[in-house]
Design a protein around this ligand. Structure first.
Ligand code: HEC
Length: 109
């Protein structure tokens, strides 16, 4: 009887704490994010590289938000966990601002 309630409560708490950290790509520094993206992500995400080509336009705004909310990086989870929350927020902001369905879609960093 107790278990589903505890599970539900844990879910809500998790959602709230995640939401507080990276809520809908807002308040990050896209300029810094662009720099970080070029420096940290492009090494693996260029044509022919291990992570395949990836640009801000690879996803829509909501897809980027979902990606950074879930924080599941199929390629290399450890490389991802090494970023600070602030860095990730900046990168998220940059990718979000230039997503496929944004005002200024951008194909490269
Ligand atoms: C050490 C190499 C490496 C680095 C650094 C790296 N990635 Fe990846 N990434 C990968 C690999 C490998 C994959 C898996 C590609 C595949 O689908 O085969 C991947 C997959 C992805 C995907 C697709 C996952 C999905 O579910 O759609 C996204 C988005 C992504 N990476 C974003 C990033 C971002 C943003 C950064 C910089 C903050 C980054 N990656 C840095 C190697 C890397």
């Amino acid at each position: 009887m107790m278990k589903p309630i505890i599970k539900a409560a844990a879910c809500i708490l998790l959602t709230l704490s995640f939401g507080a950290q990276v809520y809908a790509a807002d308040g990050g520094n896209p300029k810094k994010g662009k720099h970080l993206y070029k420096k940290e992500c492009k090494a693996c995400h260029s044509p022919g590289a291990v992570g395949k080509e990836m640009t801000p336009m690879s996803k829509t705004m909501s897809q980027w938000d979902r990606f950074f909310k879930r924080m599941k990086h199929k390629g290399d989870q450890e490389a991802f966990n090494a970023f600070s929350d602030k860095d990730l927020k900046d990168i998220q902001q940059f990718l979000y601002d230039h997503a496929a369905d944004s005002d200024q879609p951008q194909t490269c960093g």
